[in-house]
Design a protein around this ligand. Structure first.
Ligand SMILES: [Zn+2]
Length: 185
């Protein structure tokens, strides 16, 4: 009945990021708090297993990146914007801005994705990418299950902002390309 309105809303919300600063936003621990902080995505999973497009309108936004990042799957192309959770706009802009401010731009050679509706590569749970609260960097040299080569200062910038680094996970879960704004999941 209200598809037009919803579509408009979705486009507006996608194009105009919610830039309200959230100095108190703390990385949630565990699924219950992730859902409480970033939305109950399970309400948006359709019977066939795909994601209701309303998720994007309700929860996602576009963030402008301070410098262009080459796409890991097509290095001839770069992006200056990415889709993330609307509550993460300022945080992602800030961490990538700090990478630039500290002269570490060359340490981030490619962007492997932020929002993506999918299950974890190593399990049946939804990936934190589904909420748009995780980012993959330099996947070509930081494969899952490897130690990778992520720059230590870049890791520190993300950690200071509240992110967990997948490189700290052990065994086949180790995921050095991956940073997520939550823990215990
Ligand atoms: Zn990831």
């Amino acid at each position: 009945m209200h598809e037009m309105n919803e579509l408009q809303l979705r486009v507006e919300k996608t194009v105009v990021p919610d830039a309200a600063p959230e100095p108190g936003l703390v990385a949630p621990h565990g699924l219950e708090k992730i859902v409480a902080t970033f939305g109950d995505i399970y309400d948006y999973v359709l019977p066939g297993g795909s994601l209701d497009p309303r998720w994007q309108g309700d929860y996602l936004a576009s963030v402008e990146l301070p410098f262009p990042l080459p796409l890991s799957w097509d290095l001839s192309r770069s992006v200056t914007r990415m889709i993330c959770h609307k509550r993460m706009v300022e945080i992602f802009a800030s961490v990538v801005g700090q990478v630039q401010a500290r002269g570490l731009q060359s340490k981030v050679s490619s962007f492997g994705g932020c929002f993506a509706f999918r299950q974890q590569r190593t399990g049946a749970k939804l990936s934190t990418h589904s909420w748009g609260i995780a980012i993959d960097l330099n996947p070509e040299t930081n494969a899952q299950g490897s130690h990778g080569s992520m720059d230590g200062e870049v890791i520190e910038i993300f950690r200071s902002a509240g992110f967990e680094w997948g490189g700290d996970w052990s065994g086949k879960l180790q995921d050095p390309m991956h940073f997520q704004f939550c823990s215990g999941y």
